[in-house]
Design a protein around this ligand. Sequence first.
Ligand code: CP3
Length: 353
Amino acid sequence: MEPRHRFLRACLGLETDRTPIWIMRQAGRYLPEYMETRRQAGDFLALCKNPELAARVTLQPIERFGLDAAILFSDILVIPEAMGMPLRFGVGEGPILDPPVRSAQDIANLRGNPEERLEYVYNAIRLIREGLGETTPLIGFSGSPWTLATYMVEGGSSKHFSRIKGMLYDRPDLLQDLLDRLAEAVTGYLNAQIRHGVQAVQIFDTWGGILGHDVFLQFSLESMKKIVKGLDRVGPDGQRVPVILFAKGCGTHLESMIATGCDVVGLDWTTPIDAARRQAGGRVALQGNMDPAVLQASPGRIRQEAEKVLRAYGPHSGHVFNLGHGVTPDCTPESVAALVEAVQGFDRGSLIP
Ligand code: CP3
């Protein structure tokens, strides 16, 4: 059964009436209505854990901009928390996981099957699907095992990733044990999201790009491949559930990412999308890849840059427009509106010579 919605169709490489657009971090601090709902919830983590409010902020950018897909409002770090790690978001500090996971004992102490303790996420999914109706599909997500492991071993965000890289080179056996546990957890978690109604899933490998070529393949890609193989690719409605792999800074690994069996590869803005499309040759769809910083420019410039990406991809099927990474809190809703209008109003007829 072929999906009707243009986002799901584009993910599967099928023809669409126009290029669909959604934006990573589309629900967030650049929206005054998000700030208001977060205030109501108390803080960011309380917002993630309140299904009604999480559903509300998921819908906010859809209502304001008419984007072609919604993404579940949550965070990748709910998995380490559900494995037993105390998590907090310090004001202006980013996430803190304290105490971090560093020893064989720390890893052995992590609780298995964290997906069983994430009921609040599934409740949010149910409410979001009710709110969206049949017009806009919902994307679920998880962090990749490698990216989750960086936060768990470093104890939060990191500049140099010294702890986890030290572990990688000195105790690859320990790191592998952690990654194996995470791959199992992420597979179970994404399958639970699919059972509860998400219509596509994205795996965020935000920190894959800090690894050298060989170690990326061994410590990041392998575990993502295991997850892709373990996912239920058909939802409860009988529709195929596309899998999007977004690994930031990993344009040079395109061939290996395609080999995981995913449906869509997300590109950051450092990769030329025309060359990537030729290389992919229809084996996967591509998502991306405008530099998020373009949103700092005027509406006219935003339009030009968006059209540049659309022209670079060309008249082919299998393109989902997105930024190359998340929208930053310092941009304005007007800039995002200009981007969405540029993409949704683009005349594809102008691409055919
Ligand atoms: O895209 C969406 O709209 C869905 C929501 C979403 C959030 N986090 C909300 C969020 C998604 C998909 C994520 C994923 C996530 N979380 C990633 C991978 C994506 C990426 O950006 O590469 C990572 C690395 C995290 C971990 C995380 N969460 C960090 C490092 C931070 C702090 C950094 C920052 O931007 O302040 C967060 C907090 C966070 N997650 C916020 C939001 C809206 C800001 C929290 C707030 O409201 O104060």
